[in-house]
Write a protein that binds this ligand. Structure first.
Ligand SMILES: [Mn+2]
Length: 195
């Protein structure tokens, strides 16, 4: 089973995430932030991952710690579920349109954490969450997933659409990158022989 359950508790947040890479898109997500739930649901539904997320964060402060820590734990879940990364496609990219918006995400489960996020937001907030936090979400995810993640909104007007298209593109890219390619058998997909 390529799956993982990760619990993380700090004085700021308490988070538990279960992920099955070879799922069917079943999801049960509650973070206390409706818009974050909406985005994580897209990862499950469009990545065909089974995903359970429970988060209790210091929302009386703001959304920052909850968004950040959910991203960190989600990245850890991908890292753990992928194990030694043998046989996976490793690199993938996807475009996702949503009405007037077009988003692009490329991922590489390279073992080398890096994130580049290029989005021109229209407003300072979307769904009660500062739009700048989405860049932080992708960066935090990249660190613990030990992946290179490039995310870009090519154009669009509506910030809800921009965020949603980004997460749909992330989901599709993660699905393809984490799939096993039978031609690789059990080889690590790196000329170094390890990731
Ligand atoms: Mn929506």
């Amino acid at each position: 089973m390529r799956s993982a359950t990760i619990k993380r508790e700090t004085q700021e947040t308490k988070i538990e995430i279960s992920l099955n890479l070879d799922g069917s898109g079943q999801h049960d997500i509650a973070t206390g932030l409706g818009f974050l739930d909406h985005m994580l649901t897209h990862i499950a539904a469009h990545g065909l991952f089974d995903l359970t997320v429970r988060a209790t964060g210091d929302l009386h402060v703001d959304a920052h710690h909850t968004v950040e820590d959910v991203a960190l734990v989600l990245g850890s879940a991908f890292d753990q579920a992928l194990g030694d990364r043998k046989g996976i496609a490793r690199m993938a990219h996807a475009y996702a349109p949503m009405d007037e918006t077009l988003a692009f995400v490329a991922v590489d489960f390279s073992g080398r954490p890096y994130a580049v996020v290029d989005v021109a937001w229209t407003a300072p907030e979307v769904g009660g969450i500062p739009t700048t936090l989405w860049e932080h979400f992708f960066a935090s995810f990249a660190v613990t997933a030990r992946a290179d993640v490039h995310a870009r909104v090519l154009y669009g007007r509506d910030d809800h659409h921009k965020a949603e298209a980004l997460f749909k593109a992330l989901a599709r890219a993660l699905d393809i990158a984490t799939q096993r390619d039978p031609r690789r058998v059990d080889r690590v997909p790196s000329t170094k022989g390890m990731i």
